[in-house]
Design a protein around this ligand. Structure first.
Ligand code: TNX
Length: 532
């Protein structure tokens, strides 16, 4: 300002003092107005999404100054005669019914239609899962190039309805940052039945999560029927942590889960953990054991004591049978083979030492990868499998913040910030704390690119938050540990880095808690959220 004054003084030196002071005052006034306008602009755009209260935060929200009012005779129209759009229409109608009591009819869209809520698939600029949502006083429209985008637009609208019959007029353009937006559920340490899994799928779909990784086998239980090795599920699935009755999915249960998820644009990624974490299999078949003796079933929570016999040909026959049968009932392109914590013991049963194990481990993973590929699937393994000579298609699931360089594609699940089984604080009764406590701020305030700057951005497929179930026995327990943190991980996966501000997220969460309440979710009430 001092500089500007000097220049002006020189410029106007031949004018009267009064004239100069007037000019100066005007200039200052203009500058003040300009700064105020600029500030208002950025504040307003952030406020817009907070008013709308949607999680994950949409890319852009412009609010209008009227509203659409839902009435008993409001219709939902689906375009293109498409069953998938019809499904999205019915989905929306069910939530509107639950929240407002209104029963909206779902009908095909025709040229003569006026008003209503319209779900339309057509060529728009974006070709991914993005969508446009327009609300004005006459109609609501959701448009996308893909069925999935229409479904995501519907999820946004569902969050905007909650219990209101009026929806603020707005124009939302939205699209995801990452392709992989996932969560994992451990159904081995404790078994959760098909109903529980469906409930979890419904909840994660609302936050635009598109991948559910099921950790189907571990030391404590084998949870999927494999016809050629039936004792795996029948005996190996007959208990769980603490000694409960356990359980397993029949193939038809599994297919039901896969279909239910696919309708909601969620891919199921099945995991068979090997060569470690295999006690349930070793207890079911003596011949899988290095010493040929059946193990006892295990109901504790230790890790790192079990292994398949890497030297036996029968082991590879076993792996082939399991992967083949699983691939047959898994339409998604991925099979997760675990591979974690396989060489944690100094002494391998049979007396081999660690260095030799390392070679054995590499040999094992190399063969398993070929088996997975032979059934047309892409292999995923926990980061430990990077020791093998992996094919370039195989994907690593990173579970530590300080991950090494790799040339594979990666999914990020760093335990220190994404493990949903870590306690919120010292008083959280459920959960573990080996990777630290994870409160809402810690879980939210990290970014994939900055945190993993040693990995190229184009190698990062996305983010997945795992929920291990050593301490969880019911769907209520699952909900308590997953929500609201999972909403934050969904936002890390969907929203742009520059739009993610913790305070803004907490403001939206305040609104979103009403939504979770309406859905009867047993979510954790974090002290970050204002509930006055
Ligand atoms: C680590 S992360 C595990 C699991 C445990 C979990 C408990 C990883 C690949 N393995 O076996 O259940 O910690 O938080």
């Amino acid at each position: 300002m001092f500089c500007v004054t000097n220049i002006l003084v020189v410029y106007y030196s031949n004018k009267s003092t009064e004239y100069i002071v007037n000019k100066l005052l005007k200039l200052i006034l203009h500058i003040v107005i300009l700064i105020t306008l600029l500030n208002c602009g950025s504040y307003k755009s952030d406020l817009n999404t907070e008013i709308v209260g949607v999680i994950p935060k949409p890319v852009s929200v412009n609010l209008g100054n009227n509203q659409f009012v839902l009435k008993e005779d409001t219709k939902i129209y689906y375009g293109n005669g498409s069953d998938r759009l019809k499904f999205s229409g019915i989905y929306l109608a069910e939530y509107v019914k639950q929240f407002t009591g209104l029963s909206l009819e779902v009908l095909p869209l025709t040229a003569s239609v006026e008003g209503g809520i319209r779900l339309i698939k057509k060529n728009i600029k974006r070709t991914d899962e993005g969508y446009n949502l327009r609300v004005n006083e006459n109609f609501i429209s959701i448009t996308s190039a893909n069925d999935s985008g229409v479904f995501y637009g519907v999820q946004t609208l569902i969050q905007m309805v909650t219990d209101k019959k009026t929806i603020v007029s707005c124009s939302i353009n939205d699209y995801p940052r990452f392709k992989w937006r996932g969560t994992m559920l451990d159904v081995s340490r404790h078994f959760f039945d098909v109903q529980d899994i469906k409930r979890y799928i419904d909840l994660i779909a609302l936050y635009k999560i598109n991948t559910l990784h099921l950790h189907l086998t571990d030391d404590q239980g084998w949870r999927i029927m494999i016809d050629s090795w039936p004792e795996l599920a029948k005996y190996g699935g007959s208990t769980q942590v603490g000694g409960g009755e356990g359980g397993y999915y029949t193939k038809s249960d599994y297919k039901e889960i896969v279909t239910y998820a696919a309708e909601r644009f969620i891919t199921i990624v099945p995991e068979i953990d090997m060569p470690g974490h295999t006690n349930a299999a070793l207890a079911s078949y003596a011949e899988l054991n290095p010493d040929g003796i059946k193990k006892e079933l295990y109901t504790g929570i230790d890790v790192g004591f079990s292994t398949l016999d890497i030297d036996k040909e029968l082991t590879y026959q076993f792996v082939d049978d399991v992967i083949r049968e699983l691939a047959e009932i898994t339409p998604g392109k991925y099979i997760h083979i675990g591979g974690d914590e396989a060489i944690v013991n100094q002494n391998f049963p049979g007396g081999k030492m660690r260095s030799e194990l390392r070679k054995d481990y590499v040999k094992f993973i190399n063969r398993v990868e070929k088996i997975v590929n032979s059934y047309g699937k892409t292999m995923i393994g926990w980061e430990d499998v990077d020791r093998a000579d992996l094919d370039k298609t195989s994907i690593l699931q990173i579970w530590h913040l300080n991950a090494k360089n790799t040339s594979q594609q990666v999914i990020l699940s760093p335990a220190e910030v994404t493990y949903l089984d870590m306690k919120y604080n010292d008083n959280t009764e459920l959960g573990l704390s080996w990777a630290g406590l994870i409160n809402l701020e810690k879980g939210y305030s990290w970014d994939p690119y900055s945190e993993f700057s040693n990995i190229n951005e184009d190698q990062i497929l996305g983010v997945e938050a795992p929920l291990w179930s050593e301490t969880l026995t019911t769907i209520d327990d699952i909900e308590f540990m997953a929500f609201p943190r999972l909403a934050g991980y969904a936002e890390i996966g969907w929203s742009r880095k520059k739009d993610r501000i913790f305070e803004g997220y907490i403001n939206r969460l305040e609104e979103n808690e009403h939504f979770l309440e309406k859905l009867g979710v047993n979510f954790y009430r974090s002290p970050y959220v204002n509930r006055d």
